[in-house]
Design a binder for this molecule. Structure first.
Ligand code: NG6
Ligand code: CA
Length: 517
């Protein structure tokens, strides 16, 4: 595979690092702590400082008060696994055929012998932690959930990890801390199967009376906390999470992790589980918005961000913490449960002015909120620079003065991330369910794809059209006016770049790919 045999990074000791991105400022002795917050399925319009939606997110907004709010920032993919894969590896996810939405028992997707963002930071002297949503697999494909799981997040660069293996709608519904199921009792072992149910165990199909949340599509296997899930699970009662407590659990862990700071700079990846389904916020957030549980879950996520910010402020740490807030993919309303997110949406617009959302090739699939705040180093600014999560590995390396990784798809532009004049992306490939498009400058090119125009289950406009399409996202953010016919030269030059870029990685056969999904 393409990622094997890539050169390993050799890192310098922390003391030898020369932070480049802020070297022109007052001399910096200390490397910044880095807090990377990645929400799950949060749209650009779900964050109120983008001025596109109706749900108040004052705490996330506060980052933009003295930070850089990017208006052209992208996740690499319109779903979680590939998007997070790119974030941690700096590799385009479609170069790894396994980087697709993973089940809860999938093996660790990121090879343990390639450079990663957390490894780079470890080698630069950071302590590293991953808390919250993972969805990058763990184990070797044959997990015994009652024994240490290896390899796990700790093997790709995290000193500490406490994670949900996949999503909050997938089994196992337990927390995995440093490769061990947390709170498991030996006399009640846990078993997981994605193909077959365990004899005698209730499912949403056999025992609908046990449900407190009904499924709409998929999500009809094991029932945990009255909520039907994807996949089958048995046992492990003492280890099962309580959905309504998940936000507090992870938020407290992040604060605890912050308190554990030793002499080293700290990197914390905080994967918020909201507003992914099932949306079950704590009782104190239920009814917080008129938009149902999806809106309430967003308010809960915003509160968590505020808690962490207040904790940093109280402990005097805010001054030297670089905070990046973003989301793994665009928003979706109906994603498998009868939670009325769609019928209660009223005038709220989760994808803002953009078309489509999660799963879509249209911009709403990958155009995400992205805010960078570092007290004293950033100021209130709106940046139109084209940036991607793919580039965080390289850009953070550059920012702390570590060697910028070679052999990755990511690019380094740390100055731009801090709101200064500097380079940014000229073009990038974006992915939705293995289909690819290219954004270059203000323009986006969509190749022809067969398949339905609308995803029946979620109602998402997928972007499948049987001809090449070209949109100008500045004059037409909602992608209503296909300019392929009126811009033949631009179309040809973008087609050429697209096919050259994706053709390098796998044999991009437009006719073959067009048959998919
Ligand atoms: C889909 C699930 C959806 C969600 C998604 C992953 C069904 C029918 N739908 O397969 O509910 O879990 O996977 O979302 O099972 S993501 O944000 O983690 O990519
Ligand atoms: Ca997601």
């Amino acid at each position: 595979m393409r990622y094997s045999g890539r050169p390993r990074l050799t890192m310098l000791a922390a003391g030898a690092l020369l932070p480049v991105a802020f070297s022109c400022d007052a001399p910096q002795k200390e490397l910044p702590d880095i807090l990377l917050i990645v929400a799950d399925d949060l749209g650009i319009g779900d964050v109120s400082c983008y001025g596109m939606g109706r749900i108040p997110t004052p705490n996330i907004d506060s980052l933009a008060r003295n930070g850089v709010r990017f208006t052209n920032a992208y996740a690499t993919s319109a779903t979680s696994t590939p998007s997070r894969y790119a974030l941690f590896t700096g590799l385009y996810p479609w170069t790894n055929p396994n980087a697709r939405i993973l089940p809860g028992d999938a093996p660790l997707l990121i090879p343990t012998d390639i450079p990663t963002l957390p490894k780079m930071l470890q080698e630069a002297g950071y302590s590293t932690a991953a808390i919250g949503k993972w969805h990058l697999g763990m184990g070797d494909g044959n997990i015994d959930w009652n024994a240490p799981i290896s390899p796990c997040a700790n093997d790709i660069g995290f000193d500490y990890s406490c994670l949900i293996a996949a999503t909050n709608d997938r089994v196992p519904t337990v927390y995995v801390e440093n490769g061990r199921v947390l709170g498991l009792e030996a006399e009640d072992p846990i078993y997981v199967d994605y193909e077959n149910n365990f004899p005698g165990e209730p499912t949403a199909l056999s025992n609908p009376e046990m449900l407190r949340l009904r499924w709409h599509h998929g999500h009809n296997c094991s029932i945990v906390n009255g909520v039907p899930r994807i996949g089958y699970m048995k046992g492990g009662s003492s280890a099962r999470w309580v959905d309504e407590e998940m936000a507090d659990f992870f938020c407290s862990l992040v604060k605890k992790q912050l308190d554990s700071k030793d002499g080293r700079p700290q990197f914390i990846y905080y994967g918020l589980h909201e507003p992914h389904v099932p949306r079950l916020p704590h009782a104190r957030f239920q009814g917080a918005t008129p938009y149902g549980s999806r809106g309430d879950a967003i308010v809960e996520a915003d509160w968590c961000v505020g808690e962490v910010l207040r904790h940093l402020e109280r402990s005097g740490r805010l001054d030297n913490t670089l905070i990046i807030f973003t989301s793994d993919n665009g928003p979706v309303l109906q994603d498998g449960y009868e939670d009325y997110a769609d019928s209660l949406i009223a005038d709220h617009t989760p994808a803002g002015v953009y078309r489509g959302g999660k799963y879509s090739l249209y911009d709403g699939g990958t155009h995400v909120p992205f805010i960078v705040f570092w007290k004293g180093h950033t100021r209130a600014e709106v940046s139109e620079a084209l940036v991607s999560q793919l580039d965080l590995f390289s850009s953070i390396a550059e920012l702390i003065g570590a060697p910028v990784p070679s052999g990755v798809d990511g690019q380094a532009y740390s100055k731009t991330l801090l709101g200064r004049k500097g380079p940014s992306r000229e073009s990038m490939i974006l992915e939705a369910k293995s289909r690819l498009v290219m954004r270059r400058g203000d323009w986006v090119l969509l190749p022809p794809y067969k398949g339905p125009a609308v995803r029946k289950t979620t109602g998402t406009e997928l972007g499948n059209v049987d001809s090449w399409q070209l949109f100008n996202l500045v004059s037409d953010p909602h992608q209503d006016a296909d300019l392929a016919a009126s811009e033949p030269e631009r179309l040809e030059s973008m087609k050429k770049e697209f096919l050259e870029t994706v053709g390098t990685y796998y044999d991009y056969d437009i006719t073959a790919i067009a048959g998919q999904k």
